[in-house]
Design a protein around this ligand. Sequence first.
Ligand code: ZN
Ligand code: ZN
Length: 784
Amino acid sequence: MHAEPDPKTALQATKIRREVRVRGVVQGVGFRPFVYRLAGEQGLAGFIGNDTDGVVIEIEGSPPAVEAFLTRLRAEAPPLSRIDSVALRDGIATGETGFRIVASEVLGRVSTGIPADAATCADCLRELFDPADRRFRYPFLNCTNCGPRFTITRQIPYDRPQTSMAKFPMCAQCHLEYHDPLNRRFHAQPNACRDCGPRVWLADASGSEIPAADPIASTIDRLMAGGIVAIKGIGGFHLSVDATSESAVMRLRQRKRRFGKPFAVMVKDLESARRICRLTAEEEALLATPARPIVLARERGDCGIAAGVAPGIPWLGIFLPYAPLQHLLFADPRVRALVMTSANLSEEPIAIDNDDARARLGEIADIFLMHNREILQRCDDSVAAVVDGAPQLIRRARGFVPLAIELPFESPPLLAVGGHLKNVFALARGRFAYQSQHLGDLENITALDFFRESLHHLSRTFEIEPELVVHDLHPGYLSTQWAKQWAEERGLPLIAVQHHHAHIAACMAEHSLAGPVIGISLDGTGYGSDGRVWGGEVLIGWLDRFERFAHLGFVPMPGSEAAIREPWRMAFAHLQAAGFDGESSDILDRLGVTAQEARILMRMVDRRLNAPLTSSCGRLFDAVAVLVLGRRTVDYEAQAAIELEGIAIDEPDDVPAYEMDLLPGDWATREPARLDVAKLWREVFTDLRSGEPRSRISARFHAGIAAGFQRAAALARTTTGIRQVALSGGCFHNQRLARLLRARLQEEGFEVYRHFRVSPGDGGLSYGQTVVAAAIRRKVSRPA
Ligand SMILES: [Zn+2]
Ligand SMILES: [Zn+2]
């Protein structure tokens, strides 16, 4: 007898089954519905689910269909996702039919990730302005491809009941969308509509609602009349005024007590941005990323933006709308450009709560555009710039938090508390570090409260119980004192990391460099291993240790911290050190200093009273800026240095560099080489006296700093044979310096590494601290 082949078995024989594990940013970004649709289109059976590692997919079907699925998986992944790896395993075809999305619990431990907040997507924007759409002009529309995430989440797992959307039960229609795997709003946690979701209203400082038929139109009326409006956003309130109105901008400055620091400006779209700034392709790309950072770009002359927005510098911080409410403001043709600055007094944390906002901003804002979707995590706007052709993060906050940053090797669960200014802490475990949002300067209790809140939230989010606490070497930092106490209460070990070593290690880790490297770390101030104030350093760096190879010559910092706010003190100290007569009338005039002030300063320096020695590069920039710009004091950190860079913007790169002497040290005894700036100062003065344009003096000074550190690096290479150079520290926000030094080093045949994912400034410090501590731990646990 001859049996007919079972058609089902025959068919099954041609089918294959694969287990596909995808790692990266694949949760809360619409990945499961995407895979569901893809499997459907390819006629595949199987399932997808989230677990702690990412997503697990099993697919079954014909080999060509499986092949096509895998190709399309990478090529067509949702916009907010990022696939880091796809691992495949063969399975056995089961004859399963249909494709399912399985609940997280089915696969074991619930996933813990929370995605970052993302700007309104193109599909939602279309709906926002489509009169036929049910969400026409609804200020809170979003979908799995866009919307708030981190800022509305109370705790994990990232599910609607754990977000501030919990108090808005979905209407029948929203409910259907939310549960339909083929819908763009499938499991979009903040899904809402006008019938069931949050709303906006206008309020005065007392909290009373101001009746308005259209609160958004009324807001625009007030803005166009020169008013100051506090607008509740995604990560906090903004204070907003018409950026084209000089008087409105000045009123905001007066009320906010913020005089020099530039304001960020929001414009409607890329086209409007192009009219205000000269944008490169890289800058346009950065502006348009879903994180929508503030981007520093060259302002056009006569672009209509009030001069008081960014006084004294040629750049403007611009950004594009990222929330539907902001898009609605810009839909009105009267609105060209709005100042959108964090709603706070000077350096306090940004206001997020409606009552708190009224209490703190009542004296600043004329009215409040409120809404009732609670902001649970405070998050400023991020700031970035294109430096030397590549994007650089200056302030890490909304849109970037809490995305993981990879570590080059496994880290024990740890907390790195960061530094003092522009604080960002980091939690780490395994191959990932999670940096917090920008927390501001840790100088007061409010800032420390913000630090604690954020730590509590992030450690719960990622279920990280630190076994180790890492802090800066500076004993006086509030972060150090807090770390010591916190570790003591928990019986945890501590590791202190030198400031500039942390900077260099952060850069090394971004590029998986094990070292040794030549690390050029240039910044304002950091506590040195010798107790002095470092900041112009050439280190030989490994991940777990470093040696100091060279540094800028030490000069006194008269008045210590006061010398940062009053850079004329630094100029005076530098000129004295360079052999100038500080009491000559020429010097006094140029510094705008009285003979009395000069005498006091001289006494401080001579007696070493409150005049610590510093090798800071940032302070040298400040000092030169005092002479060149005639600026005695600053309103914000590094203002003088930033203005000095600014005036040179149209100067060519190849101006003759001022000279510095490089005094060799002795590597055998670890005696560092020294860059002496006396000659440079004499050249600055010669040019000043002969009436050289200030822009040219600035350009020659920048070239001089680059040339000096290039020579120091060359000496380090001759001495040690190392060819890799890592650049880090806040001075690398200076575009001219970053470009000149990189170019010079490459011409000399160095391999040059700089930051891409982490800030070179103190915002990147905690990532570097993490790396150093993990490297030290690794060495201890696995001795060579
Ligand atoms: Zn959307
Ligand atoms: Zn609804």
